[in-house]
Design a protein around this ligand. Sequence first.
Ligand SMILES: N[C@@H](CCC(=O)N[C@@H](CS)C(=O)NCC(=O)O)C(=O)O
Length: 206
Amino acid sequence: MIDLYTWATPNGRKVSILLEELGVLYTAHPTNVLPGNPKPSWFLEIAPNGKIPAIVDGDLALTETGAIMIYLADKFGGFLSQETHQRAKTIEWLMWQMSALGPMQGQAFQHTVAHPGKAVAAEKWILAEVNRLYCVLDAQLSDRDYIAEDYSIADIACWTWVARSDWARIDLADYPNIQSWFSRIHNREAVKRGYDVPHKAHVIVS
Ligand SMILES: N[C@@H](CCC(=O)N[C@@H](CS)C(=O)NCC(=O)O)C(=O)O
């Protein structure tokens, strides 16, 4: 049984969706460590950087969604190819989400949702950057159904962020390839179940 410490955010949802897709038994522990909330010492022992999500599997405590997703996909055998080239492409796009889409859209949330009008130049810059990233993803999806051929952890990782494209004032109609990819994944039962872990608690969305 895996213990998942999480909250209803794009990063948190990546792991609950993957666990649902893999059909793995897990216990979700609602863990709100978002800014303004305490970070208890028991949680910092599991997650030294103080961020959700984190998992505990036996004597392994693991953080960072990229690492968690690769670990779970390898351990339970799904959504990450063992074929070298395919695996590298999937990890490439997983890293793209971790280093570009997630951080930039997170900044967009800070500038345009949490603190609108406080730093107009930064707001303008970040919206342009997120739109540029959506152009990159839309181009990648122009000749395929999923980001790295088969449905994979790269799709799950990007999908939870695209699900909150409103933070960057993005209209998915402007990105038709992303829009159809988004619906394809949205219709998966495991995605619907995993999205609402834990318990539809949308605290960072006003
Ligand atoms: N790179 C980390 C990012 C995790 C992250 O930023 N989690 C946010 C919620 S989406 C968090 O815990 N924020 C609390 C804080 O910043 O204090 C990952 O992919 O796991």
